[in-house]
Design a protein around this ligand. Structure first.
Ligand SMILES: [Zn+2]
Length: 802
């Protein structure tokens, strides 16, 4: 899979990595505090939230709500009118747009606005719209008009997109049982209401702490946790803790079966099954998977089973390594257990590849990451991210940035509001919100999409911009993948625009962005030290990328186990036993580490409610993204031709085409389970090859890492140049590690006059360095600038430098 990087790409990298000595305006904006520029605007008039004039005050929600009600009445009358002058789906989409524009905006403000007057007004508007939607969903006249068009055709010519849209609207109606006889329809309504309540109760209790009477525990165990009077409090799995006894006890106490949660989960699963059967589906899973990429539960289970065969041995190898690590810590310890895997996965990343977040975050300022995204989008699509001035009253918080997404010839595509910084009371999840969906308007113009990306990054400090850990960089790229799905969609209808598509396709664009973000060639375009502006050294990039792929098989096997459990819970009923019996069976079959008696992990798994039979979506999206990456981008990640194909043949459709056909047409091959599984297994094997290579060359890697640390320390100390033997010794080390040629080094030193008096010593060292590697891989300009700004030569007390 790893083909040689094209010459063109090398040139691009060179230009991107060697000529950045200052930040671009985009990077500079994201590297500074956003609130400072607003002070001069106090005399200007508020434009209203999201530039919606009515929202210059919270009262505007009342106005928006009334306008929405008025327009909804006109549109519902149009649907059933004999004098309708356009396709029925056009009217339905305008109806949906009218409701969504107010509902989505109000829902976002309800969650995000720091002022209670605003959240209250938004909540009231949101509740009114929900009531209208419920009424419309049970409006039999609307349903019949749509059903007639589907049965007998519209009086205006329609195409395949119109027909799919009509079926999607009809399916929405049928979720409420509108097509059923009166008594069954009532049952559906009752079941839906009950499920809403039960689900909320189950999710709310998933994270509860476990309080245990001290007297039930041994004294040893008691001392491992926080205590409160007679009680011991266990608030989580403690999987980061180095002490294996603490992890074990935390696991057993925290996951001890809770009868109330068990009763809730059992009832949810039974009621879901009942609901599905009333609506004519064999199981809840059949109902949930209608219109998905994989289409049926049988196909999902076949995918999971085939993947399981491929993963078993590969995951077992991961567990063997973890088991060895555990025995190295304590020869007498028990074999690897389920409470150990997260701990040893993290430890291995640090031990084998020496990856520590703090070392990396200096190279990931928010500004450089945004610049990286901009470079990527420019190369792939000819699209730029342009920072726009925020007008007074436009945002809910002063620290939000607004980006205009613009194409080089097509102009404006949409807006992204970046609400990136943590603040009290803010939602702590990373999210993408659609505020306004894209849609072709009656006058032929396009309604530009508006989205919000919400992250929880630390605010910039006076001394440094916001610095991201590698996992935060992944999250930023992931969420930006969702945002660009919204920006690049060019659907006729807003009901199916951007991320409004099947769950098992919705994560494809965002996971694909993680592949870009973990590619060394892409990382090289933007990872630069926030102080020195130097690019991240190659060896650091290699270590980071390798560490992210470590134990990929075992992590994937865990996802597979969760997905299989979710499918079986939502499959045929009655289940073969209690939810815990099923968990034990499924874990035995699909996961390489055994189930622990008297634990019930499923009672803490809130995704069973939110995803309900769709948890497999992550694995399917991941394999589709992997397949796209391997076939079209792995060879050349910044290829415009493939970027344009991705944009026009995949992302532009949103959910307006059956996801199965969409993906098959894009990949130009039939979408089979073998294809999905093979792409994941191929990826694991190729990444494992890279990991083994780096592990076998660990000595080289460590040497390089040391040289790099030396360089970093010298920047931090910044104590000036002290020309002693040890400093030169370290220069030599740094260059040996960086494989720089002797002639290149001498050229550089001849320019650094201050060193000349000491070059005798240096020459001795340089001469002792056998330079046979004439293929210098490091840009001499970079080394030169390092030497000249003194960041390589500095004090070292390392007397063991030989
Ligand atoms: Zn996502």
């Amino acid at each position: 899979m790893n083909k040689i990087v094209s010459r063109q790409f090398h040139n691009l990298l060179k230009s991107l990595t060697t000529h950045f000595s200052t930040w671009t305006p985009l990077a500079a904006t994201f590297n500074s505090r956003p609130d400072h520029k607003l002070n001069l605007k106090i005399f200007k008039k508020d434009v209203g939230l999201f530039d919606v004039p009515q929202l210059d005050s919270y009262d505007g929600f009342f106005e928006l709500k009334n306008e929405c009600i008025f327009k909804t009445d006109l549109l519902t009358a149009e649907v059933t009118s004999n004098n309708r002058t356009r396709k029925i789906v056009e009217v339905f989409d305008e109806l949906s747009d009218t409701l969504c524009k107010v509902a989505d905006l109000a829902e976002f403000i309800r969650l995000a606005h720091p002022s209670k007057t605003y959240t209250d007004a938004a909540e009231s508007a949101s509740a009114t719209i929900s009531t209208i939607v419920e009424r419309l969903n049970t409006d039999r006249a609307l349903y019949s008009a749509l059903n007639d068009v589907i049965q007998y055709g519209d009086k205006f010519p329609t195409n395949e997109f119109d027909d799919l849209m009509a079926r999607l609207f009809l399916f929405d109606f049928e979720q409420s049982g509108i097509h059923l006889p009166e008594n069954e329809r009532n049952k559906v309504v009752t079941l839906n209401n009950a499920l809403l309540q039960l689900g909320q109760q189950f999710v709310a209790a998933c994270g509860n702490v476990r309080v245990v009477d001290k007297r039930n525990l041994s004294r040893d165990t008691e001392n491992l946790f926080t205590t409160d009077g007679h009680n011991v409090i266990v608030s989580g799995l403690c999987s980061d803790t180095a002490d294996s006894q603490t992890r074990e006890m935390a696991y057993k106490i925290y996951l001890y079966p809770d009868m109330h949660q068990d009763a809730l989960l059992t009832e949810i699963l039974q009621k879901r099954h009942e609901l599905a059967q009333i609506c004519g589906f064999p199981t809840y899973s059949h109902r949930a998977l209608k219109g998905s990429t994989v289409e049926t539960p049988e196909s999902v289970m076949e995918f999971l089973d085939t993947l399981s065969v491929g993963l078993t041995d590969r995951a077992a190898e991961d567990f063997t390594i973890m088991d060895h690590m555990k025995r190295r810590e304590n020869i007498a310890s028990s074999p690897l257990q389920v409470w150990d895997t997260a701990y040893f996965t993290k430890k291995a990343k640090q031990e084998i590849f020496d990856v520590h977040s703090t070392e990396y975050s200096a190279y990931f300022s928010l500004g450089s990451c945004m610049e990286g995204l901009n470079t990527l989008f420019t190369e792939l699509y000819g699209i730029s991210l342009v920072v726009k001035e925020i007008m007074p009253g436009e945002c809910w918080s002063l620290d939000v940035y607004k980006i205009e997404v613009t194409h080089e010839t097509e102009g404006l595509l949409g807006y992204i509001y970046c609400d990136f910084y943590e603040r009290t009371g803010k939602l702590c999840q990373d999210c993408h919100f659609t505020i306004r969906g894209g849609k072709l308007l009656a006058d032929g113009s396009y309604q530009h999409p508006i989205v919000v990306l919400m992250l929880n990054l630390p605010l910039p400090q006076w001394s440094s911009p916001t610095l991201l850990s590698p996992s935060m960089v992944d999250a930023l790229f992931h969420e930006m993948g969702h945002a660009m799905h919204s920006m690049l969609a060019r659907t006729r209808y807003q009901h199916v625009t951007g991320t409004r598509c099947s769950t098992d396709f919705a994560e494809v664009p965002s996971i694909l962005m993680e592949y870009f973000c973990n590619d060394p060639r892409v990382l090289k375009t933007f990872a630069r030290h926030f102080q020195t502006k130097q690019p991240m050294p190659d060896e650091m990039i290699q270590r980071l990328c390798a560490s992210k792929n470590l134990f990929m098989a075992s992590e994937m096997q865990m996802q597979l186990f969760y997905s299989a459990l979710d499918q079986i819970y939502h499959g045929a009923h009655p289940l073969s036993g209690s939810t815990t019996d099923v968990l034990a069976e499924v874990q035995q079959k699909y996961y390489g580490v055994p189930y622990i008696e008297n634990t019930a992990w499923q009672l803490r798994f809130s995704h069973l409610v939110g995803y309900g039979a769709k948890y497999y979506s992550y694995l399917v999206s991941r394999s589709l993204a992997s397949c796209i990456w391997q076939n079209y981008f792995e060879n050349d990640p910044l290829n415009r031709l493939q970027g344009n194909r991705l944009r026009h043949e995949l992302l532009s459709f949103g959910g307006s085409k059956s996801p199965r056909n969409l993906v098959a047409d894009f990949l130009q091959k039939e979408l089979t389970n073998d294809l999905l599984v093979n792409s994941l297994i191929t990826e694991i094997d190729s990444k494992q090859y890279q990991i083994d290579f780096l592990k076998n060359n660990k000595a080289v890697l460590k040497h390089e890492a040391k040289a790099n640390r030396f360089k970093k320390d010298s920047i931090v100390k910044n104590t000036g140049i002290k020309k002693n033997k040890y400093a030169y010794c370290n220069i030599k080390r740094a260059y040996v590690a960086m494989k720089i040629t002797k002639s290149c080094l001498n050229t550089i030193l001849s320019e650094k006059k201050v060193c000349k008096t000491e070059t005798k010593d240096l020459d001795d060292y340089v001469n002792s360095f056998e330079d046979s590697d004439s293929q210098s891989t490091i840009d001499s300009d970079l080394i030169r600038s390092d030497i000249l700004d003194g960041s390589i030569i500095s004090i070292s007390d390392d007397s063991n430098c030989d």
